[in-house]
Design a protein around this ligand. Structure first.
Ligand code: ADP
Length: 191
């Protein structure tokens, strides 16, 4: 199964994605994490990514799509994988569809984490990540509204979107996710 996590900054995508990856025994790919590794190493890609991330902007689609293409391999296509923070725009979703189609797979489930704005800001300021400053947070919410939210419609039209209440504690949210995944697993085994 290929499962995509979508949610605003601070919605807990990374945390939930790790739990689900362990639960399903598959790998997960986080574009935010990939960029952070590159930034720490000081590579050219890291410097390009930092020039966007430090201002709360999305890294350009072509840069992001290239790094995802490099990171996805046979194992992910055959066994399945979880995607955290990618796609984050409609062009990225279209590129992902093309990559998956070339490998005879498709997005099976999109988990949209729904979290109230005040909870998001509290979580982001509590985790003390370098890009979690009050200045960048508003810009990242704006980018989410303009570029990422349209993805929900894109996937809803494909009947793969499931919204999960992400306001509760980690275990409670994970319970909702586990249920959504189990529903898809049982409907695909009945097909
Ligand atoms: P969050 O969801 O809290 O913003 P992430 O770790 O997913 O945290 O992403 C951190 C930053 O990395 C984002 O604010 C964005 O600038 C950049 N980024 C991550 N994924 C993408 C993507 N798919 N497209 C463009 N930029 C991305």
């Amino acid at each position: 199964m290929i499962i995509v996590f979508v949610g605003p900054p601070g919605s807990g995508k990374g945390t939930q994605c790790e739990l689900l990856a362990e639960h399903l025994g598959v790998t997960h790919l986080s574009t935010g994490e990939l960029f952070r590794v590159q930034m720490e190493s000081g590579s050219e890609l890291g410097q390009i990514a930092a020039s966007f991330i430090d201002h709360g902007n999305l890294v350009p689609d072509h840069v992001t799509i290239d790094i995802v293409k490099e990171s996805l391999g046979e194992a992910q296509f055959n066994v399945g994988c979880l995607l955290d923070g990618f796609p984050r725009s409609v062009p990225q979703a279209q590129a992902l569809d093309a990559i998956l189609a070339e490998n005879n797979c498709q997005v099976d489930l999109v988990l949209a984490l729904d979290v109230n704005q005040n909870v998001l800001v509290d979580r982001m300021l509590a985790r003390k990540r370098k890009d979690d400053t009050l200045e960048t947070i508003q810009q990242r919410f704006d980018a989410y509204e303009h570029l990422t939210r349209p993805l929900l419609n894109y996937y809803q039209n494909r009947n793969v979107l499931v919204s999960v209440d992400g306001n509760g504690n980690i275990d409670r949210v994970f319970e909702g996710i586990r249920r959504a995944v189990a529903n898809v697993q049982s409907s695909s085994s009945n097909a």
